[in-house]
Design a protein around this ligand. Structure first.
Ligand SMILES: [Fe+2]
Ligand SMILES: [Fe+2]
Length: 166
């Protein structure tokens, strides 16, 4: 199994995209299915955001100062997604705003993942090279073992608060 950090993160993007597509394909009244898909979505996004916030972004910032703007913009995009996730979490699929809020979350996260994959991850690959990306991947795998799986866990929001406040 590859430990290349970008390969690992893109693999998580792929899982997230799959759940997004399944949600869009689910029938309008498929409340049980949609509720479960949103639960899965929230869990995947919580883990993924944590790994990028805690491990990937700080390391990129440290090693590639030229990408500072991309990293800061990404923190802000994560923050917007976090807010939507927090609002979505207590909602029931039958709630009036459940579908609209999920749709906006999907649109935002897709845009963000596209930017990572097409725009600045390639610059990270170029700047770090294979060895450092593999070391970063090891750290991601290590952090994944203890990563929060629900936004209700305090560690899920720690880095965002640090990044925004400090
Ligand atoms: Fe991200
Ligand atoms: Fe990502």
């Amino acid at each position: 199994m590859s430990t290349d950090a970008i390969v690992l993160l893109k693999d998580e993007h792929k899982q997230i995209r799959k759940v997004f597509n399944d949600f869009e394909k689910a029938g309008e009244n498929a409340h049980v299915t949609k509720g479960k898909l949103v639960d899965t979505m929230i869990e995947l996004l919580t883990v993924h955001t944590y790994l990028e916030n805690e491990v990937m972004y700080p390391r990129v910032r440290e090693l590639l100062p030229g990408l500072e703007d991309d990293v800061l913009e990404s923190y802000e995009e994560h923050h917007v997604a976090d807010v939507l996730v927090m609002e979505l979490m207590p909602m029931k699929p039958s709630d009036e705003r459940f579908h609209a809020k999920t749709t906006v979350l999907i649109e935002n996260v897709r845009h963000h993942m596209d930017e990572e994959e097409n725009d600045w991850f390639p610059k990270v690959r170029e700047g770090l090279g294979r060895k450092q990306l593999s070391e970063l991947g090891e750290r991601l795998l290590e952090a994944r073992r203890t990563a929060p799986r629900s936004p209700a866990q305090p560690s899920a929001l720690k880095k965002v608060v640090d990044a925004v406040v400090s």
